[in-house]
Design a binder for this molecule. Structure first.
Ligand code: CA
Length: 239
């Protein structure tokens, strides 16, 4: 299952990078265009599920790009960003074909909530669900089920599991987790202990007392999410 693709059209480099990094950490594939022209040419290539579109851009502004997109009858959901907050501006933005409207400055959490809501409307449910055997991770609803039974996780535990689920069958290193889940790349002391403590709790909730296990340690490297029988896991540990 592919991650939803998001185009960010934003000329302020710092904002654009922060959005790109943040959206990537949420599991989206995010691409930045720094000008209206670049945005328009990326959009002409197609394949985006959502566009985070700044209104005020040098050259072609957000409203023009939006107009062209809708004239061509293209579907990506559009979240318009703007510092303009009059009622007339909102009406113009929405009349131009934006699906939603966010006034700068905004909290990243709010942007993510809007993005999620827009994608729920435009992307089939399936792509926001990850299923590994009996384990279902619903990225949109932030719910986890094992064998149909809901498992209650803390927000951090959910982030860890969602990250593993997006990388099913691949080894996820502690460094990847520090960067993508904890987002503390510049921390002076390693996060290893913190990560391990979260894994111990997560494991207990997901794998505790079951004959099938999902979360496995790769010694000295990190973790992997895949379905294995508990007995099989035992053999691997002995190697
Ligand atoms: Ca701008």
């Amino acid at each position: 299952m592919e991650a939803p693709r998001i185009l960010i059209v934003e000329d302020e480099a710092k904002t654009a990078q922060a959005l790109r990094t943040g959206l990537a950490a949420e599991g989206y594939e995010a691409v930045v265009a720094a000008t209206g022209e670049e945005g328009a040419s990326q959009l002409a290539g197609g394949g985006f599920d959502l566009v985070v579109l700044d209104w005020m851009l040098p050259g072609r502004d957000g409203i023009e790009i939006l107009g062209d997109l809708r004239v061509r009858g293209e579907k990506p959901a559009v979240l318009l960003l703007t510092a303009r907050d009059s009622v007339e501006d909102r009406v113009l933005g929405l009349d131009s074909g934006a699906d939603d409207y966010l006034v700068k400055p905004f909290a990243f959490a709010e942007l993510v909530a809007r993005v999620r809501a827009l994608l729920r409307r435009s992307v089939p449910e399936e792509s926001l669900r990850r299923q590994v055997g009996d384990l279902v991770v619903d990225l949109a609803m932030r719910q986890v089920f094992v064998g149909g039974e809901e498992i209650l996780l803390t927000p951090r535990e959910f982030e860890v599991l969602a990250f593993l689920a997006r990388h099913e069958g691949e080894v996820v290193t502690r460094r990847m987790l520090a960067l993508e889940v904890w987002r503390e790349p510049n921390r002076s002391t390693p996060l290893d202990n913190v990560v391990d403590v979260h894994f111990a709790r997560l494991r207990k909730k997901i794998d505790g007392g079951r004959s099938v296990r999902f979360i496995h340690t790769v010694r000295g490297v990190g973790y992997v999410l895949e379905e294995r029988a508990a007995a099989q896991e035992g053999r691997r540990t002995l190697k």
